[in-house]
Design a protein around this ligand. Structure first.
Ligand SMILES: *Cc1c(COP(=O)(O)O)cnc(C)c1O
Length: 950
């Protein structure tokens, strides 16, 4: 046995444990188990063609070599991306800390108070800087956030009589090019008509429902938009502003000139460029839109004792409830990046941010002044960080690249320079030297960045921001380190115990996969540099695309979508483009089984399709007769079927090939939701079942950590006929030869995070990656067997096996007054995060252990579940003062002088012996969701506010 093989570190069970588990589940071998689980007509005949697995050491050396193929130039391209300084204390204690990066989305609020607080800080920071009332806890990137603003305002337009049937949306020609591309993508299916023009010429016609402006403009020019917004509002036109977050430190906030929505990216708050992402976008708006805002909002509420507690507010699972009535499909967002950007605000505070913003502006000013002295004309009359120089772009480009400097060249006669936090005096002298050489003049060396006169007073910020205590306390490294630790301790992550989330695949995120993310040779590449400077990235991204294409059995892959749901939307838009290319413009019906994830119908509607729901059988499978009937009925207009495989019920439906055939026969394409790909890799694939396109959640199956709710990467893989339509980018060629417009801002989406999945596949190789799937199935069936007799499993395959996950029924306990939530909360006392609750069936739990968990951990989890089952036996509906209803139990409860519960302290907090040596303490009692929704507070209020309330 090669003991240095990565697979041994990734797979949980040892050989001996595998044998023990096989015995328990009554299978002789893994092969037999797979035979009993996966229908044989879809099994792959040949092993995947992947390069031989690398060891962790070999992989590190390989990545070192590849990173040296990237040329890290000093880059002043801007256009929404700027070099930033990631404080080392944040890098080490958050980005490189599994306590933060392996956490799940904070659905279980009682064991997520740390990241919830970090996100509340983020929302507060965004509200302060934008001057808005309400902000969410991140979106995917600035351009998608802008598109969300356009669609949200479209959805709410009918609130004013006058606007009910309006479809026009004005876009300033100062918008970022990638944002314009995304607005187009999202406008087409909704029949929104974009009108792009100079905002100074806009006539505020009644035909418009909304408008979007860029602040400062893409040219760098800062405009005073107060008059525009005022006039727009007179015509009942709502205005969104895409704003540079750092500029808002010195510029008037969009809220102060009455903007309705403000969006942007927080990348420049300490987040590496990473060749395009991941970065957190923000979305801020008025309180009146609190029920329409896309994504997740963190809000303040109370726990059972009336203590302050946080949780996700309102439409937390918006698409899951609204489904085809939803206007946004955002599920996974950019939580880890929002946490980091928020911490950047905490660390620097208002004074620190002011210093940074001034420094950037002063750098722009000195460069502008010096270049003007050299005889160049600077076109921006008012600017924050970006100046626009009239010069021979080709000549400057040549000199600049020789000095390893990138500018942006909007035309042959203009050079745009965006200064940033990392720009030093030396850097400024290099810029000056480049222009001096072009002008054939002597460069005057500057010695320091002088503080210049500030931005014109009419648009200068005159309101305070970040006045809350949290932004004025943790400015030393010791203080911030301890603050981060204090929050981390409140959260249960994979570094404490397994997180058995059905459909969400919380597997190991190996350190060796994560390490390259800290390397500036990967982190410090701007997404719009000439591709020759990113050879390392280009090679790795191509290899990853090829690996994913091979794994899915398809023809091509796009890494662009930033989440699974964005992948769904991208895939459906590709299908749409395919139909249109064949003059099938009318094909707009999308069949979706009733058990589908809420993002499926939401994405279909966003892609302009009509959702027709198909039935499930008693056994939880797709009702093939019903499907055939509907496919036939709609055959003239059928666009697609969206199907999850194995199904969301945890079963490999044996009729899948028949299902895909029915769709094809009736002119449709098959979209496979790849969230359950962990049950397929190496055994079968979407190509083999007859699908045409799928998304993969690299943050589920392919080891990107969940980050507490993001980042995600949701590539789409497609069959040959769809490959030409893979999404493009307006500035950097990518995608198919008939590419649809952009799905994400950056050409390769969140390229930096893609390295993790590349590491995962490269270190596991053909055998390891198949074994991962087999072990995932083994672990799930082991849990199924151990829980048998205690809990009913809802669905199984034809031969009685579960796939990689299973659903257990908790509805029968209602007669004892016990709800599925009580079991979820009680698991916290046992040191576990609950499985997925009430999806896809209300009142149930979906358990997915993954291949990374050892038998010992599975046993602890099963022991906990069985022990809880016994506790349920002792409860009754008449008296709900019991150990489940009162769960979770906090340390404060346990250590009060008066113990008033009808069970012992030991029963409350140490019900099983394994707990004592590794106790996890929830820091709040059960949170009150209804209270928080009635009294919505989404920013950190000053501490006095809580004292008054109490
Ligand atoms: C997670 C998931 C999605 C959505 O993926 P995101 O990355 O969160 O957008 C879609 N479908 C299923 C079945 C999922 O489990």
């Amino acid at each position: 046995m090669k003991t240095d093989s990565f697979k041994l570190r990734h797979l949980g069970p040892s050989d001996k444990e595998v044998n023990d588990m096989l015995q328990t589940i009554k299978a002789d071998t893994i092969d037999q188990l797979i035979y009993e689980t996966v229908p044989d007509d879809i099994l792959l005949e040949k092993p995947l063609k992947l390069a031989p697995a690398l060891t962790e050491q070999e992989y590190a050396a390989h990545m070192q070599r590849m990173s040296s193929k990237n040329s890290v130039f000093k880059t002043y391209i801007g256009i929404g991306y700027h070099e930033a300084c990631l404080p080392a204390v944040i890098q080490r204690n958050i980005l490189e800390n599994p306590g933060w990066y392996t956490a799940y989305t904070p659905y279980q609020a009682e064991i997520a108070q740390g990241r919830l607080e970090a996100l509340l800080n983020y929302q507060t920071m965004i509200c302060d800087l934008t001057g808005m009332e309400l902000a969410n806890a991140s979106l995917l990137d600035e351009s998608t956030a802008a598109a969300e603003a356009m669609t949200m305002l479209f959805a709410v337009r009918s609130r004013t009589q006058k606007k009910q049937n309006t479809t026009k949306f004005f876009v300033s020609d100062e918008i970022l090019p990638q944002t314009l591309s995304l607005l187009k993508t999202r406008a087409i299916p909704l029949n929104i008509e974009l009108v792009v023009d100079d905002h100074r010429k806009f006539n505020f016609s009644d035909e418009f429902y909304g408008a979007i402006l860029q602040y400062p403009g893409v040219s760098g020019q800062v405009y005073d938009y107060a008059e525009f917004v005022k006039k727009a509002h007179e015509s009942e036109i709502k205005v969104a502003v895409a704003a540079d977050i750092l500029s808002l430190v010195t510029l008037k906030s969009p809220g102060s000139f009455d903007a309705d929505v403000v969006v942007g990216t927080t990348q420049r708050f300490g987040i590496p460029l990473g060749y395009g992402g991941p970065h957190a976008a923000y979305f801020a708006t008025r309180e009146e839109y609190k029920r329409n805002i896309p994504g997740r909002i963190i809000g303040v509420t109370q726990d059972l004792n009336g203590n302050r507690a946080l949780r996700m507010a309102l439409q937390t699972r918006e698409q899951h409830i609204k489904r085809d009535k939803a206007t946004s499909n955002i599920c996974t967002a950019q939580v880890l990046l929002a946490v980091m950007a928020g911490m950047y605000g905490v660390y620097h505070g208002p004074k620190g941010l002011q210093y940074i913003a001034n420094k950037v502006h002063n750098a722009a000013t000195i460069v502008s002044n010096t270049l003007e002295k050299l005889g160049f004309k600077q076109c921006n009359t008012l600017y924050f960080d970006t100046i626009k120089i009239q010069a021979d772009a080709n000549q400057i480009k040549e000199i600049a690249e020789a000095k390893e400097v990138n500018f942006y060249y909007p035309s042959d006669e203009t050079v745009s320079i965006s200064l940033n936090e990392a720009t030093s005096v030396t850097d400024i002298n290099t810029i000056i030297a480049i222009f001096a050489k072009a002008a054939n003049k002597e460069a005057v060396e500057i010695k320091e960045i002088p503080s210049s006169a500030n931005i014109e007073s009419t648009i200068q910020r005159d309101t305070d921001f970040l006045t809350n205590e949290v932004f004025n306390t943790y400015h030393s490294e010791t203080e911030l380190m301890r603050y981060i630790k204090k929050l981390e301790r409140k959260d249960l992550s994979l570094n404490h115990s397994m997180i058995p989330l059905g459909s969400c695949t919380m597997k190991l995120n190996a350190a060796s996969e994560m390490l390259p993310l800290s390397d500036p040779q990967w982190g410090n590449i701007h997404p719009l540099v000439p591709t020759v400077q990113a050879k390392g990235y280009q090679e790795i991204l191509k290899k990853l695309e090829d690996q994913l294409t091979e794994i899915t059995g398809f023809a091509a892959t796009s890494l662009q979508p930033n989440s699974g749901a964005q992948g769904e939307f991208a895939g459906l838009m590709v299908i749409r483009a395919y139909h249109e290319s064949r003059n099938d413009h009318h094909r707009n019906i999308c069949l979706i089984p009733s058990s589908a994830h809420g993002t499926n119908p939401a994405s279909a509607v966003m892609a302009g399709m009509k959702v027709v729901v198909t039935k499930a059988t008693e056994e939880g499978n797709i009702d093939v007769d019903d499907l055939r009937e509907k496919a036939l009925h709609y055959k003239d207009n059928l666009s697609a079927l969206m199907v999850t495989y194995p199904s969301t019920h945890g079963v490999y439906e044996s009729a899948i090939k028949e299902i895909t055939k029915i769709i094809h026969e009736n002119g449709g394409q098959v979209y496979m939701d790849g969230a359950n790909m962990n049950a397929q890799v190496g055994l079968t694939n979407p190509g083999a079942i007859g699908a045409d396109v799928c998304h993969l959640n690299l943050h589920k199956t392919f080891a990107i950590p969940h980050g507490g709710g993001g980042p995600g990467v949701g590539p789409i893989c497609v069959a040959k006929q769809l490959a030409p339509f893979l999404p493009g980018n307006p500035l950097i060629p990518t995608g198919g030869n008939k590419a649809i417009t952009a799905i994400s801002a950056a050409p390769w989406g969140s390229a930096l995070a893609c390295l993790i999945s590349y590491g995962y596949i490269t270190m596991l190789g053909t055998k390891g990656i198949k074994q991962a799937t087999e072990y995932a199935i083994l672990n799930a069936n082991y849990i199924k067997e151990r829980l048998a007799g205690h809990y009913d499993t809802l669905y199984s395959g034809e031969r009685g096996r579960a796939a990689h996950e299973m659903i257990i029924d908790c509805r029968p306990f209602k007669t004892n007054g016990i709800e599925v939530t009580d079991i979820a909360k009680r698991l916290m006392d046992y040191g576990f995060h609950a499985p997925t609750v009430s999806f896809p069936v209300a009142g149930t739990m979906m358990i997915e252990p993954t291949e990374s968990e050892s038998k010992a951990e599975l046993d602890r989890f099963c022991d906990a579940m069985i022990s809880i089952r016994e506790e349920i036996t002792e409860t009754n509906a008449e008296n709900l003062n019991n150990v489940l209803k009162n769960a979770p139990h906090t340390l404060a409860m346990l250590t009060t002088d008066h113990w008033e519960f009808p069970y012992t302290r030991e029963q409350a907090a140490y019900p099983l012996s394994y707990i004592a040596e590794n106790k996890f303490w929830p820091t709040v009692r059960r949170v009150n969701d209804a209270y928080g929704d009635r009294n919505l507070i989404c920013t950190c209020a000053p501490i006095e506010a809580y004292m008054e309330e109490a």
